[in-house]
Design a protein around this ligand. Structure first.
Ligand code: 6PG
Length: 254
C-alpha cells in the first residue's frame, strides 16, 4: 500500500446502502452481478482484477452464479478475504472451497497462506504465518484490491477480524500490514482454528467493499454495529465506520 489511507471513521449510516433481496436466490444473483461489474471495471482500467471473497457458507450460491458470467476470467485473481490456518484440502479451508468454482474458468485462485499439504500437522505460529503471507502477497498482488466481499458472523465478526490478542493489529488503520495472523478469543465454534486475514487497512484501501448476509439475527447485529459507529463492540461496525466508499449491504431473509 503506497500510503496508509487515513480512514477517519465517519457516520457510517450515510455510507451504507441496504440492498434487500426477497430471498437467498435473488441475493445470489445481485451479489454475483456487483462482483462481475467490479471485475469488468478493473480489467478495463488496469487489465487485471484482484478480488477478495468471504468464506463461510452464505456467499457460495453467489460465487456459483458469478462463475456463470462471461468475464475475462484469465485476468481475474480470486483470494479469500481470510482463511483458516489449515492445510489445503482441509474441510475448513476457504481457498480449497473456492478453487473448484473459479479455477476451471481460468481464474487464478491465490491462497492467503502458503501452507503445503505436507504440513497438515505443523503447529503454526499464526503471527509468523501472517507475516509470511503479507510479504508473499506484497510481491504478487496488484494493489489495492478491486473488490472485497465480506460476510458477518452472528457475533459481528467479519473476515477473520475477531476479538483476541490480534484485534488491535487487525483494526489498525495506520498500518502497512495487509494480511495478518489472527487467533480469535474465543475460537469460533464453526471453525475453531487460527486464521490469516486481510486487515482493516487492506479492506479500507479496496476500491469497492460489499457485505452479504442472510437472516434477521445478522441484520440486527449489523444495525446495532452501524448505530455504534467507530467504537462499535462488533468488528463489522468498526469496518463499516472506517470504509470511505459507500458499502452495499446485501440482505435476504432466512
Ligand atoms: C470465514 C469467513 C467469515 C464468514 C462469517 C459468516 O472464513 O469464516 O470469512 O468471516 O464470512 O463467519 O459465515 P457464514 O456465511 O457461514 O455465516
Amino acid at each position: 500500500m503506497s500510503e496508509a489511507r487515513i480512514a477517519r471513521p465517519g457516520p457510517a449510516a450515510n455510507k451504507i446502502r441496504w440492498r434487500e433481496c426477497p430471498d437467498a436466490d435473488a441475493m445470489a444473483t445481485a451479489v454475483a452481478a456487483v462482483i462481475g461489474e467490479a471485475i469488468e471495471l478493473a480489467i478495463a482500467a488496469r487489465g487485471v482484477a484482484a478480488i477478495a471473497l468471504s468464506g463461510g457458507r452464505t456467499p457460495y450460491p453467489a460465487y456459483r452464479r458469478l462463475a456463470e458470467l462471461p468475464l475475462e476470467w484469465d485476468r481475474v485473481i480470486v483470494l479469500p478475504s481470510d482463511d483458516r490456518l489449515v492445510a489445503p484440502g482441509h474441510p475448513l479451508s476457504n481457498v480449497t472451497a473456492m478453487r473448484p468454482i473459479f479455477e476451471p474458468l481460468g481464474a487464478h485462485v491465490e491462497p492467503l497462506d502458503d501452507l503445503e499439504p505436507a504440513q497438515p500437522n505443523v503447529i503454526l505460529d499464526p503471527r509468523a504465518a501472517g507475516r509470511a503471507a503479507d510479504q508473499r502477497l506484497r510481491d504478487r498482488l496488484p494493489w489495492p484490491l478491486d473488490f472485497v466481499l465480506l460476510g458477518v458472523g452472528t457475533d459481528g465478526h467479519t473476515a477473520s477480524i475477531f476479538p483476541g490478542e490480534d484485534y488491535d493489529a487487525a483494526l489498525d488503520l495506520q498500518t502497512e500490514v495487509r494480511v495478518l495472523g489472527v487467533t480469535p478469543d474465543p475460537l469460533p465454534p464453526e471453525a475453531p482454528v487460527a486464521r490469516v486475514s486481510f486487515s482493516l487497512a487492506a479492506i479500507v484501501a479496496a476500491r469497492t467493499v460489499a457485505v452479504a448476509v442472510i437472516g434477521k439475527d445478522k441484520r440486527a447485529v449489523i444495525d446495532q454495529a452501524i448505530a455504534q459507529g467507530a467504537n462499535s463492540q462488533f468488528p463489522i461496525g468498526r469496518v463499516l465506520a472506517a470504509v470511505l466508499t459507500p458499502v452495499d449491504l446485501y440482505w435476504a431473509p432466512e
